[in-house]
Design a protein. Sequence first.
Length: 135
Amino acid sequence: MTPMIDVIFQLLIFFVCASAGQVVESHLPTELAAGAVESAVPVIVERPFGEVWLRLHRRATDGADDVTVVELNDREYSDEPSLRQTLLTLAETTPEIPVILDIDGPVPLGDVVRVYDACQSAQFRQVSFATRVGK
């Protein structure tokens, strides 16, 4: 009986030590639209009044690498501080307005996370991702 108790304590110590070094996983609190609806005819998405659409896409620059450009209401932002200031100003007046991120394929994930963090730090209540079906 004593050796079995020793083994149990050794396993307990092993699992406690092994789990202490793990990074706590978290998730982005954003819900993606569910469903797999496909259409042979392209669907034109109406952007109703009262939503903020942020379109992220890549643009080639002269002699340098491509940069990520964020388009907000037909105005382009290539630098993060001016985008953050615009989002803060917008969130101060209407924080309940939904923000939708429309991301092109070649945009790096780091740029997406920075824009998402800018929306969260501006304290918008709802930030969502636009999805494309059947690409």
